[in-house]
Design a protein around this ligand. Structure first.
Ligand code: ARG
Length: 472
């Protein structure tokens, strides 16, 4: 980050004429953002091209100047893409680096690009353009991941597993149903991002430093050229608002929260104490001391990274809370948390998209664990209710039976019909042979056959719905 490829150096900063001494090296380093905002270069050039075209159409600059600006910016774009561009710390940020290079390349025309514009509305535009792209990528990745969940759910659509509450066996469910719960969560994440995109897609440019500009600009034209849905309606708000970044970081936190919950389950399920799943080796690592170990590193790290993404959200909220209108240099601090959340989320989603379809479930372990926990006790209570007992009494009757079975180290389905009647303290006509249907795991899941229920039929329908919503 040094050697000059442009005409501005430390002695001739864009704003230097007013100053009688240069900033210290430390202050220069402290105030510069080029170390991270270079990532806005492509969208900065895109924004400048649209601004220059509008200036030309409005006859604020000549067509000769516009042609030169366009050629110069296109060259700079290439230099950056090919890694030939030299970023200079002395030039503070991405905007001044590009402008200086432009003026170096094309002379006076380059100095006219900043007419009717300030870095304040420029950077606000750049971040929106950058984030819009990032949101589109994240949405596409979320949909891929949801398809991965659908694929795995199809494979295990009727596989029985213990449904837990309080981490205790509650009722039998299907693996497919459990997996599709995540497809729902990530579906809401998609719609949150779509929402965030809608609100951010307005153009700040034209607000200039804070109050607007006296040139006869056409903001709607720039908005159209850049694919915005309209223009920001208040210049003060436009240059200082970072709500959209906060909304994105909040959505990112929720995405990571969902990833983190799933990760926690994967970690538990992979522990030999559960033995429910295996993850492909490429998502795990070994231990440097214990040769037998295969650790679920990817889910653990994803759970851990949720913390930094939550931290980024709090950083941005805190960054904004004390700022008087309009732009303040504080806002330069918006980029690193935003970039970090966007990067962490997209990387995590890519890895999970690769991993999820390759998770394998151990069906016999799952069945064993389900059988161990009196998972069909509620079904027995419901059976007694259907025979005319009040639910509270049925609950009590089955609790007695569970107590008896625990003492005898037996399952409800292992009891003879007479023992079952006795254990429940009910008369003979309350329990007949058909009771054993509802005590089986399959009978239990099949009976929950309504929208949102765990019956394989319903899971198949849920998968179809999610797939249809994605291909729309
Ligand atoms: N690098 C600055 C930022 O990220 C650009 C805007 C600077 N504006 C200013 N008035 N100093 O916010």
């Amino acid at each position: 980050m040094s050697s000059s490829n442009n005409s501005l150096d430390n002695k001739s900063k864009a704003w230097s004429a007013r100053f009688s001494e240069p900033v210290s090296e430390l202050v220069q380093r402290y105030t510069a953002s080029i170390g991270f905002d270079y990532r806005l270069a492509q969208v900065d050039i895109q924004g400048s091209l649209a601004h220059a075209q509008m200036l030309c159409e409005q006859k604020i600059i000549s067509s000769e100047d516009f042609v030169q600006i366009r050629t110069g910016l296109q060259q700079i774009d290439q230099e950056i893409l090919q890694g030939h561009f030299t970023w200079q710390l002395e030039l503070e940020d991405v905007h001044l680096n590009i402008e200086a290079r432009l003026t170096h390349l094309i002379g006076d025309a380059g100095k006219r690009l900043h007419t009717a514009r300030s870095r304040n509305d420029q950077v606000a535009t750049d971040i929106r353009l950058w984030l819009r792209l990032s949101i589109d990528q994240t949405i596409a990745q979320l949909q891929e991941l949801r398809l991965g969940f659908c694929h795995l759910a199809e494979k295990y659509v009727s596989t029985i597993m213990p449904g837990l509450t309080h981490l205790q066996v509650a009722q039998p469910i299907t693996v497919g149903h459990h997996l599709m719960a995540y497809a729902e969560m990530f579906g809401r994440d998609v719609s949150r991002l779509q929402d965030c995109r809608k609100r951010l897609n307005y153009l700040p440019l034209g607000s200039a430093a804070l109050a607007g500009t006296s040139y006869p600009i056409q903001r709607e034209r720039v908005a159209e050229l850049l694919g915005f849905d309209g223009v920001c309606q208040n210049s003060l708000d436009a240059v200082s608002d970072r709500d959209f970044a906060i909304e994105f970081c909040s959505s990112a936190s929720l995405i990571m929260t969902h990833i983190s919950r799933f990760s926690e389950e994967l970690v538990l399920w992979m522990s030999p104490a559960f033995g429910f799943i295996q993850l492909p080796d490429r998502f795990c690592t070994g231990s440097s001391i214990m040769p037998q170990k295969k650790n679920p590193d990817v889910p653990e790290l994803a759970r851990g990274k949720t913390g930094r993404v939550n931290g980024n959200l709090v950083s941005l909220l805190t960054l904004m809370k004390g700022q008087a209108l309009a732009y303040n240099k504080d806002n330069q601090e918006d980029k690193e948390p935003l970039f970090d959340s966007a990067d962490t989320v997209i990387d995590t989603l890519r890895i999970f998209t690769d991993m999820v379809p390759h998770i394998t479930f151990n069906e016999s372990k799952l069945r064993e664990a389900t059988l161990r926990g009196f998972a069909t006790a509620t079904d027995l209570a419901d059976y007694l209710v259907k025979k005319g007992m009040a639910f509270r009494d049925a609950h009590e009757a089955v609790a007695n039976a569970v107590k008896y079975c625990s003492q005898q180290k037996m399952d409800l389905a292992d009891l003879s019909i007479n023992d079952l009647r006795k254990a429940c303290h009910v008369s003979d006509e309350m329990i007949s042979d058909d009771v054993f249907q509802c005590l089986t795991l399959e009978g239990s899941v099949n009976s929950r056959n309504h929208v949102g229920g765990t019956a394989p039929n319903q899971v198949i329908a849920a998968i179809a719905k999610v797939k249809a919503s994605i291909s729309k």
